[in-house]
Design a protein around this ligand. Structure first.
Ligand code: OOG
Ligand code: NI
Length: 455
């Protein structure tokens, strides 16, 4: 029997290859990566406790690897095959994101590793959106769009064959994995030639820039990659000096002592030359590709998430009445508790638990002690669980800032998770349940370790 690679290894090979391709294709992304590198070095030099913690947790050597990328597909078939392709790399569909509420005619999921060890080995995930053709109002245009995307094949024959093989033999050998990465990469490559004429492109673009982006090309080019920054405020402030045009504001919660969820910002998509079909080979441009950076904080419980959404709503309301959005966010989020102890006590955030065996040896915990008492008296140490997912309102902000047009249509639409799952051919996992399980497992193990000391 031939030896099969761990899917985490295939994911690392793939994200590396994707990063190399993107840096070569989008030089500005390379500049952003250098900026992030400088900012991260500065933060670590100034905060030796953080540097120490990251070294202990083995995070240093993965600091530079990309956290996520994004693609947009056109049909159920494309989404389902995308799901199978990512499964070869140990990535599953987590979360459902409805973007129609923000005037973007797609819904989405994130393909990502789910267990801690895999996230640790390589955190790469892909935010994957599916076009909702039913949101194209004009019926003739909708039919045009559908017939174009239904005719195309975005995966190479070699890639499809290797997905089949991986499913059949439950993995890939090293040679097969290298070939798979080469073939899979083709799907994500940029094409400077459109598959339609300029007029069709313009019509689809008028329906929504995203419709044109998804429909008019040979495949779903990777539209951004996102490294991790340790100080997103500094990175945002540093962009102009590097000649990088940053998006106006950082998406997500404001700066806090204890970071929560996800903060992200991007540089604006580049206007790139495109050749269109037709006699004269019309020339035009298209904006799709950009670079993004992210900073992750702790995962919130359902209660914490409800509070986040409530305060985000308040801030949005304030900003509609003229308060700058950053100020509005700071005003609203004053109400969100900002210490680990409070977040834990009020059940707003998820934590893992470390047993403190030295304390337990000196002083045995009373049988009846609650988890909070064990934390307060030092038997258990808290560690926030990192949020590994996305935020629909932030994602919509990232989409919008990169579409060029400021006016967004208002869709009379609800999310449609079951339609998305039918297209994918599988249910998406519930992200909050994943954090819940991790937290519970860690608590059970910590309590067991403490009780072993006690006996
Ligand atoms: C995806 C935008 C969403 C994020 O980080 O929230 C996203 C896209 O533009 O296709 O990547
Ligand atoms: Ni992104």
């Amino acid at each position: 029997m031939k030896a099969l690679l761990n899917p985490d290894v295939i994911r690392s090979l793939f994200s590396r290859a994707m990063s190399d391709m993107y840096r070569a294709e989008v030089p500005q992304y390379g500049a952003l990566c250098s900026l992030v590198g400088q900012v991260n070095t500065g933060v670590l030099a100034g905060d030796s406790a953080m540097a120490q913690r990251m070294r202990e947790e083995g995070q240093m050597d993965r600091l530079d690897v990309e956290r996520h990328g994004a693609v947009r597909v056109g049909t159920a078939q494309e989404l389902a095959t995308m799901g199978r392709l990512f499964a070869v790399m140990g990535m599953q569909a987590v979360g459902y994101y409805d973007l129609s509420v923000a005037g973007v005619p797609v819904h989405a999921t994130a393909f990502r590793p789910v267990d801690d060890a895999s996230l640790d080995r390589n955190p790469f995930r892909v935010f994957t959106s599916l076009l909702r053709t039913e949101l194209i109002a004009d019926e003739r245009l909708r039919r045009t769009a559908k017939s174009i995307i239904e005719r195309r094949q975005i995966f190479t024959a070699g890639c499809l064959a290797l997905i089949d093989r991986a499913e059949g033999q439950r993995g890939l050998s090293e040679d097969e994995a290298h070939e798979f990465v080469r073939e899979a990469l083709e799907t994500f490559r940029w094409h400077a030639e459109a598959t339609v004429d300029l007029k069709t492109y313009q019509q689809l673009r008028a329906a929504h820039p995203l419709v044109a982006d998804i429909v008019c090309f040979k495949g779903p080019h990777i539209n951004h990659l996102t490294p991790r920054t340790l100080d997103i405020d500094a990175a945002q402030a540093g962009m102009p000096a590097m000649g990088i045009q940053a998006k106006n504001s950082i998406e997500g919660p404001p700066t806090r002592a204890v970071p929560i969820l996800l903060r992200q910002t991007s540089f604006l998509a580049l206007e790139e030359p495109i050749r269109f079909l037709g006699e004269g080979g019309d020339e035009g441009t298209h904006t799709a590709r950009f670079g993004e950076i992210e900073q992750r904080g702790c995962a919130l419980t359902r209660k914490g998430r409800a509070l986040y959404d409530l305060l985000l709503g308040k801030a949005t309301e304030q900003s509609r009445s003229g308060v700058p959005i950053e100020q509005a966010m700071r005003n609203a989020f004053g109400e969100f508790p900002d210490s680990e102890a409070e977040l834990h006590k009020e059940g707003l955030a998820f934590f893992s638990y470390e047993p403190n065996l030295r304390v337990a040896q000196q002083q045995v915990a009373p049988e009846s002690a609650s988890v909070f008492e064990l934390v307060e008296s030092g038997w258990l140490t808290l560690k926030p669980l990192t949020y590994e997912d996305f935020l629909p309102v932030s994602a919509a902000g990232i989409f919008r800032s990169n579409l060029g047009d400021s006016a967004q249509p208002e869709y009379q639409s609800q999310g449609n998770r079951s339609q998305f799952e039918a297209a994918l051919g599988a249910k998406v996992l519930d992200e909050i349940s994943l954090y819940e399980q991790t937290s519970k497992r860690s608590l059970a193990e910590a309590l067991k370790a403490l009780s072993r000391v006690a006996t």
